[in-house]
Design a protein around this ligand. Structure first.
Ligand code: KQY
Length: 365
C-alpha cells in the first residue's frame, strides 16, 4: 500500500473516538528484561489476561518477535486472537502503532508518527528504537491500509485523546517538551494535529500524572467518556504530588469549550495508592546502561484512567487497592451500556504504563 504525501484532513479523514466501532485491537508481546521483571514472564501472563479480556468483545492481533513466537502462540491460544511476527523494541503499541483515521464512508488509513522512545537521547527510555519506529508501517502493511508518515514530527498515541467530533485533549508537559519536537511551537503543533487528526479544538492540560515516565501522557490522566464529558484522575490528599496537577487540570477543563462549543462535564476518578515499586520487584529487572533505571520505593504512576474502550466493553486495570471497587463503579456508571472488566494491572504498571498504553484500536471504518 502507498505512503501518501497528503494529509488526512486534506483527504477527508479524521481520528474517530475510541468508542466508535472497532475492527480489532492490536497488542505487542512484552519481552525485554531491562523493562519487564523476571524475563517478562509475569508481564506476559498479564498481557494474556488483557488479550483474553478484549477477545470477549472483538478480535485481537498480537505482534511478537521470532524468538518469542512459539511461546506467545501457546499462551495466546484463543479463536479471537491472532499472533503475528512483528519485531519491536518493546510492547507499547499505543505509542508505536498507527493512529487510525477514517473518512466516514468506510475507508480506514493509518498515521505513522515518528517515534523517539519518549524523548530520544534527551530523557528517552531506551536506545535503539528503530524497530519500534517500524511497527506502525508493518501493521498498516499487514492490514493493506494506506499510510501517512510524519518524518520530522514526533508523537505517541498515548499523548492524545479525541472525542471524534473535533476536540483533542493533551498535555503541555509532553507535547511541548523539548525532547519531542524542539523546533515546533504550540501553534505549529496545533496545526499539525489539525491536519493529521482532523481536530479543530485542542485542550492543553499543563501536566500529566506525577512520575509518568512518558512525560505526562494524557491517556494516564484524563480521557473523554463521551462528547462533552471527561474523566480526570483525582486526589484529595494535599501531600500527594498529584494534588496540584489535578487542580491545574481541572481549572483548564472547567474553562474550556469543545469543538462544538460545549462546556465540559468533569468526572473524577480516584488515584490508587499511592503505589511504589518494591525491592523484590526491582531485583527482577536486568540492569542495562541507557535503559530506564528502576529503584525500590519509586512512586508508580498508577491510574484507572488507563483503560481501553472496546466493542461493548471497558477493559480497565485494578491494583488490589481499596479504590478498585470505586473505580469499577465509576466506570459502570459512566458507561452503562458496556460491560466493565477489571484486569490486574500492576505488572504493566511496573513497566511504565497500563492497559491503554499496550493496546491500539483499529476502527471498523
Ligand atoms: O505509557 C505509555 N504509553 C508507554 C510507557 C512506556 C514505558 C516504557 N518503559
Amino acid at each position: 500500500m502507498p505512503t501518501l504525501d497528503s494529509t488526512p484532513r486534506a483527504d477527508g479523514f479524521y481520528m474517530p473516538a475510541e468508542w466508535a466501532p472497532h475492527a480489532r485491537t492490536w497488542m505487542l508481546w512484552p519481552e525485554r528484561p531491562d523493562n519487564w521483571r523476571l524475563g517478562a514472564k509475569p508481564a506476559q501472563a498479564t498481557f494474556v489476561a488483557v488479550a483474553r479480556a478484549i477477545a470477549r468483545f472483538e478480535p485481537v492481533s498480537v505482534g511478537v518477535s521470532a524468538a518469542q513466537y512459539d511461546n506467545a502462540c501457546a499462551q495466546l491460544e484463543h479463536p479471537a486472537i491472532r499472533v503475528l511476527e512483528i519485531s519491536s523494541d518493546d510492547a507499547w503499541v499505543r505509542d508505536t502503532g498507527p493512529t487510525f483515521v477514517v473518512n466516514g464512508q468506510g475507508a480506514v488509513r493509518g498515521i505513522d508518527w515518528q517515534f523517539n522512545a519518549w524523548g530520544g537521547l534527551q530523557g528517552g527510555l531506551y536506545w535503539p528504537w528503530q524497530r519500534d519506529d517500524q511497527v506502525a508501517a508493518k501493521i498498516l502493511a499487514i492490514e493493506g491500509l494506506p499510510r501517512y508518515r510524519t518524518d520530522g514530527f514526533v508523537l505517541e498515541g498515548g499523548a492524545i485523546h479525541v472525542d471524534g467530533e473535533g476536540t483533542l485533549l493533551t498535555t503541555e508537559e509532553c507535547l511541548l517538551n523539548p525532547n519531542r519536537n524542539p523546533q515546533w511551537g504550540r501553534a505549529a503543533i496545533e496545526a499539525q494535529l489539525g491536519d493529521y487528526l482532523g481536530v479543530r479544538q485542542i485542550i492543553w492540560l499543563p501536566q500529566g500524572l506525577y512520575n509518568d515516565e512518558t512525560d505526562g501522557h494524557i491517556d494516564n490522566f484524563c480521557c473523554f467518556v463521551r462528547p462533552g464529558e471527561v474523566l480526570l484522575a483525582w486526589t484529595d490528599d494535599p501531600q500527594d504530588p498529584n494534588w496540584t496537577r489535578c487542580r491545574a487540570a481541572l481549572a483548564v477543563l472547567e474553562q474550556s469549550r469543545d469543538a462544538a462549543g460545549r462546556s465540559l462535564t468533569v468526572h473524577r476518578m480516584p488515584i490508587p495508592g499511592p503505589l511504589h515499586v518494591s525491592a523484590e520487584e526491582c531485583a527482577g529487572i536486568d540492569r542495562v546502561a541507557g535503559s530506564q533505571p528502576r529503584e525500590a520505593g519509586l512512586r508508580l504512576a498508577a491510574s484507572y484512567i488507563n483503560f481501553l474502550i472496546v466493542n461493548g466493553g471497558i477493559i480497565a486495570p485494578c491494583f488490589d487497592d481499596p479504590c478498585d471497587a470505586e473505580a469499577a463503579a465509576i466506570l459502570r456508571r459512566l458507561f452503562p451500556e458496556r460491560e466493565v472488566r477489571m484486569v490486574p494491572g500492576r505488572e504493566i504498571l511496573l513497566g511504565g504504563g497500563n492497559i491503554h498504553c499496550i493496546t491500539q484500536q483499529q476502527p471498523r471504518g
